[in-house]
Design a protein around this ligand. Structure first.
Ligand SMILES: N[C@@H](CCC(=O)N[C@@H](CS)C(=O)NCC(=O)O)C(=O)O
Length: 261
């Protein structure tokens, strides 16, 4: 979605996580952690989602997606990128894997604390930084969608429900979703996507054999991303397979626990 918002030129290719393509030598050379995402911008390879997002907005074409140097809100935007990558992602794993919360030991506190801090930050909204939509919203929305699908947050829980609705109404989200669906259809259910950017190619809705491209880009990227819809549905399937079931805690959200635990 960040690439769509910026209007970068890029290609999508498949990294089939189910087939273990993330462990193949050529991918592992780029990302020794054997995880998606990976971004290669020319000779520069960037891994870790927060770092990829920061790299993408370090570009004049993305100046509206992050407050510029000298603007005091820039620090808040960067803070939220780290918050999502370290606190929210870890808190979600806490619930998905049924870990016993340990708010003092764990850097993220616990899931409920993270959820409540996010809730306050999104009130009144519409975005994390108020009126300005930033890359922090792109990263947050991706994780919140997984949290929602895994029933870590209830469908009508304010302010997340309205926030996700606003995100899904954005044209960059709609384009990303369409691309994702096309990639998923073409890749026979493969759960990962490899993207690379070739400068000079125009418009996202052309789909040649192996290439999805968008307009307005100024630099070339190669990006490995998961196919979001596949990843989300596989995550939910995995939760069922692992027999994690929703367990209401009495609070506004829910936790996932193994049956009998
Ligand atoms: N720290 C990484 C985590 C990325 C991550 O968790 N990737 C998962 C899917 S979203 C993955 O590649 N899983 C495949 C595997 O572990 O084999 C980041 O921020 O990019």
């Amino acid at each position: 979605m960040a690439l769509e918002d910026i209007g970068s030129e890029y290609e999508l290719k498949i990294v089939d996580l189910r087939q273990g393509a993330q462990k193949a030598d050529d991918y592992r050379r780029l990302n020794p952690m054997m995880k998606v995402l990976t971004l290669a911008d020319g000779e520069t390879v960037v891994t870790e989602t927060g770092a990829i997002i920061l790299h993408l907005v370090d570009n004049p074409a993305a100046s509206d997606l992050i407050p510029q140097r000298g603007d005091p809100r820039r620090a808040a935007c960067i803070k939220w990128l780290f918050f999502v990558g370290s606190n929210l992602a870890s808190a979600m794993r806490e619930r998905f894997q049924g870990w016993t919360p340990n708010p003092c030991y764990n850097g993220w506190g616990d899931f409920d604390r993270v959820r409540d801090v996010m809730s306050a930050a999104l009130t009144p909204g519409p975005w994390l930084l108020g009126e300005q939509f930033t890359v922090a919203d792109i990263y947050l929305a991706a994780d919140l969608r997984i949290a929602r699908m895994g029933d870590l947050i209830a469908a009508d829980l304010a302010p997340f429900a309205d926030y996700l609705h606003r995100i899904k109404s954005r044209s960059a989200f709609i384009r990303t979703h369409e691309i994702d669906a096309r990639v998923a259809a073409r890749s026979d259910g493969a759960s990962g996507t490899f993207c690379s950017v070739s400068p000079g190619i125009r418009r996202i809705d052309q789909t040649s054999n192996d290439t999805y491209v968008s307009s307005r880009g100024e630099s070339g990227f190669v990006l490995f991303v998961p196919t979001v819809s596949n990843f989300l549905s596989e995550l939910v399937e995995w939760l069922h397979r692992a027999r994690y079931v929703p367990h209401r805690t009495g609070g506004a959200g829910s936790s996932l626990r193994r049956p009998g635990s």
